[in-house]
Design a protein around this ligand. Sequence first.
Ligand SMILES: NC(=O)c1ccc[n+]([C@@H]2O[C@H](COP(=O)([O-])OP(=O)(O)OC[C@H]3O[C@@H](n4cnc5c(N)ncnc54)[C@H](OP(=O)(O)O)[C@@H]3O)[C@@H](O)[C@H]2O)c1
Length: 524
Amino acid sequence: MTAQPSQSQHQSSPEHSLTRAALAGKRILLTGTTGFLGKVILEKLIREVPDLGGLVLLIRGNRKYPCAKARFHAEVATSSVFDHLRETDPARLSAFLDNRLQCVGGEITQHRFGLEDEAYEALAQSVDVIINSAASVNFREALDTAITINAMCLHNLADFAEDAGQVPVIQISTCYVNGYNRGNIAEKVSAPTSGLIPRDANGHFAVESTLVTLRHKCNDLKRRIQDPEALAEALTELGQHEAHRYGWGDTYTFTKWLGEQILLNRLKGKTLTIVRPSVIESCLQGPKPGWIEGVKVTDAILLAYARGKVSLFPGRKAGVVDIIPADLVANATILSVAEALLEPGHSRIYQSCSGTQNPLIVRDYVPTICGEVKDNWQKYPRLTRKGPRKNMKLVNKHLFVALIQVLRGVFTVTDRLRLRTAGNKSKTLEAVETTLKLTKIYSTYTSPTYVFSSDRLMALAARMGEVDKSLFPVDAALIDWKEYFTEIHVAGLNQYGLEDRKVPTPSPAETTTVSEEVADTTPA
Ligand SMILES: NC(=O)c1ccc[n+]([C@@H]2O[C@H](COP(=O)([O-])OP(=O)(O)OC[C@H]3O[C@@H](n4cnc5c(N)ncnc54)[C@H](OP(=O)(O)O)[C@@H]3O)[C@@H](O)[C@H]2O)c1
């Protein structure tokens, strides 16, 4: 289904950027800029696409900043993501923010983004392309919420693309829509391993009836359970249960897959590019090496390790853990925008990942990153005050479950005694409970049985030419993993990830973003 555009008519000259030329004068609607990846895309567009027509940011108000513009200035414009531009070209940054950036207060999950007719129509007439980075990245989100933001809202986006004159849509998805599929995962539609979702006459997965069934199940719980806390827990468990039943490890990846299908069905024959990153980590090069926001998936485990909460984790040592720096994902997104504008009328899927280009093996990754924290913990004061004492051990999943259950049993008995005498839990029991909690959320990601391929993205980069390869690099082969972890990523996590967290996450231990405090006190 992925088109292979012949870009011969757009061949770039040695010093000409095809991407900059394609984006010149264009206005992009960008969602998700109060989040991590959205900020990296925003900064890169401002920094490297000088003739961009403009950016329209769809931002929802929050309690503190009901107005989108006020929220942008308080939460986005002040971010350290712009430090590089502030230091090197402050005039250009402020000129762009003043003259070419518009904030629109809208809620993507609502019909016409909840805008008045006039505002909606003005918005539709003012954009040439859409990048959707908004999502709930909570792996264990309540099912109804996850369906709304990761799947159903894509109908609003498809409607908007049509109202705007069939403008291209670039949807940020995730490589992990592969669910329980194993082996080499290509840049194409993933079929659910359960076989429970049929295809329609056009070969598309018929997800509408699945969504109706899922929503019935959510509504049934809402009718039966009055207590809000119990209902939230039940909706979370329902999400996990349904995800497993259909062929995914968690609600997040299941609902992101459903979102992909909605767009592929709605935008058939139109212009759609799905960009699937793997686990996004700190920037390799820019805006600053190591720039990151919050504590992401595998870093949640690292943080718990750094603070002595975890020293044993289930992992498949021979597996390929897939990590990709955020700037390479932003570049893949920007190349996709350019291609969609140059060659409209196709559906494309690209994976922004490292799996085939520069495989990172679990057995190499864990000692490198954990060793850096253990050996040089004094360099990372926000990460840890005392440094971990033990090495991180990886064990096979089945052995891990047996070990941890035994440990938990033993310590629960001694803990009861301790509670009676000292009035608190032992540190070891806390560590066991933290490990179990992190395992429940993240062990799929540390025990990979699949390798993500990015052949098509590499082919796109080749077609865009040498200038764009250096302005917007996407190839994970650029990464020296040892250098990345020991000189860039852990330092970035310490400097940016544990500092610049302005938006509190609702239930941090269960999201891809974990707060500093939680890693210290992850409760049982
Ligand atoms: N982080 C990763 O490792 C990773 C890996 C693969 C793919 N991805 C994908 O990359 C994209 C960005 O992820 P991220 O890490 O940047 O996530 P993030 O930091 O949590 O940001 C999520 C963004 O989505 C917005 N959003 C959430 N619910 C919304 C709603 N109902 N209406 C409007 N906006 C809403 C948030 O706005 P508010 O601030 O208003 O909540 C925020 O701007 C997502 O599509 C995600 O699936 C991420």
